[in-house]
Design a protein. Structure first.
Length: 87
């Protein structure tokens, strides 16, 4: 399977889960960032999606990826824009 095909399937998965309310719109956006960056764990996520055997494990993996990406974004944001004034 080509990388573009894998990404297309993962984008479809993100859209379906957001549509069903399993992940939020923000979660969908963060997951798209992981997909575009070819983040770790995507091949396992795709395998779970295609096997359709364990939806709970698929959703948990997806949520962990979204949470990890959200944490990464927040760390970057607060490193660039500290909450305290430095004068």
């Amino acid at each position: 399977i080509s990388m573009a095909s894998q990404q297309a399937k993962l984008f479809l998965l993100a859209a379906l889960l957001a549509k069903d309310g399993v992940i939020s719109a923000n979660g969908k956006a963060l997951l798209k960032e992981v997909i575009l960056a070819r983040g770790a764990g995507l091949s396992g996520l795709l395998e779970r999606f295609e096997s359709r055997e364990d939806d709970a494990a698929l959703i948990e993996s997806m949520r962990e990826m979204v949470e990890s990406k959200a944490h990464e974004v927040m760390e970057w944001l607060y490193a660039e824009c500290p909450l305290r004034a430095t004068w």
